[in-house]
Design a binder for this molecule. Structure first.
Ligand code: GLY
Length: 335
């Protein structure tokens, strides 16, 4: 596939909106970066800026994830993320490269950029995952700044939630709450930006970062930091990432299953659909009102997603630097 020159990707490109998940048509430039939800557009812009300076696919997805992590209006990732039921904001993240290098952190507290700590775990430790206090200590040792991640708005939402203490993930809250901006008091729940990128050398990397399900039990870990569940990259085939109820993504090893479906010959949207259908067969009525969404990018630059419920969107940036928001088809779509 042709790769973008630095010149073609410089500058902010308009964001278009498309419906459906049909594979990119032959006259559409190949995608070089995708990420989950509407807020993925800003993340992709940062990733493309990294690409423009010659950075790697890993740099692209890290740069994108950091944008979302720093956006305190986003209640599902990084700073401003909704806390667990004890009022603690705990972050999960992972990265994976074209070479099979991986790093992850779970239940990281007090550090905004969990995606960068995950990368540091990959690069500077003999391990692939650090959790809780160990992850925090490592981050501090590595020079990451600490701060309180619980913003006044997230704290107000948590205090409101305490009145009922009802744990009820809401479908597509990633978009509705992020758009609403005036979230206090909302029962916002879950999650996550997943990002996949292809660099100028044709190498693919991915990242996934989240504050997890709002008002989760302290210590709960979802799919996002788990390689194979929230994220998987195979440089021969493509990559996939997940968003939604992490427990259900883990049950089907979602991202890895999508990559294997692409390896078997399916296009990205069809591969995501196959895994969502498998989850629905496995869990039946138990997932009837849950959201799980999968997003994939293959090595040809075809992007596609599929979800249990309507409303999942993802940002696709092509090699010309143009970004569009696509709306994924869903299993429980009503005609
Ligand atoms: N998908 C993110 C989570 O369940 O924590």
């Amino acid at each position: 596939m042709s790769r973008p020159s630095r010149r073609t990707i410089l500058g902010a490109a308009p964001v278009g909106v498309l419906a459906g998940t049909a594979p990119l048509s032959t006259d559409t430039a190949p995608a070089v970066m995708v990420s989950t939800w509407d807020f993925g557009a800003a993340a992709n812009a940062a990733g493309m800026a990294a690409l423009a300076t010659g950075d790697s696919a890993l740099d692209m997805v890290e740069a994108g994830g950091r944008v979302t992590e720093a956006d305190e209006s986003n209640s599902s990732v990084g700073l401003g993320g909704l806390p667990d039921r004890d009022g603690r904001v705990t972050l999960d993240a992972c990265v994976m490269t074209w070479a099979g290098d991986i790093g992850a952190v779970c239940a990281l507290e007090d550090v905004v950029h969990a995606v960068s700590v995950a990368r540091r775990v990959m690069e500077r430790t003999p391990h692939t995952m650090l959790v809780g206090e160990g992850a925090r200590t490592f981050a501090v040792d590595q020079g990451f700044e600490t701060r309180n991640l619980l913003t006044p708005r997230a704290e107000a939402a948590w205090r409101d939630w305490l009145k009922t203490s009802e744990y009820a993930p809401r479908i597509n809250s990633e978009n509705t709450d992020w758009r609403a901006r005036g979230m206090p008091g909302g029962a916002a729940n879950h999650d996550t930006i997943g990002l996949l990128a292809i660099d100028a050398g044709g190498r693919m990397a991915g990242a996934c970062t989240t504050s997890g399900m709002a008002f989760k039990m302290h210590g709960r870990v979802g799919d996002s930091p788990l390689i194979g569940a929230g994220l998987y990259v195979d440089d021969e085939v493509g990559g996939a990432t997940a968003t939604g109820v992490g427990e259900d993504v883990v049950r089907v090893a979602g991202a890895h299953a999508v990559v294997e479906a692409m390896r078997a010959g399916l296009d990205p949207a069809s591969a995501c659909r196959r895994v969502i259908e498998r989850l629905a067969r496995l869990r039946g009525p138990k997932v009837a009102s849950s959201q799980v969404a999968l997003l994939a990018l293959d090595k040809q630059g075809r992007a596609g997603g599929f979800a249990l419920q309507p409303g999942f969107t993802f940002a696709v940036t092509d090699s010309g630097g143009r970004t569009r928001i696509e709306r994924a088809a869903a299993l429980f779509e009503t005609p």
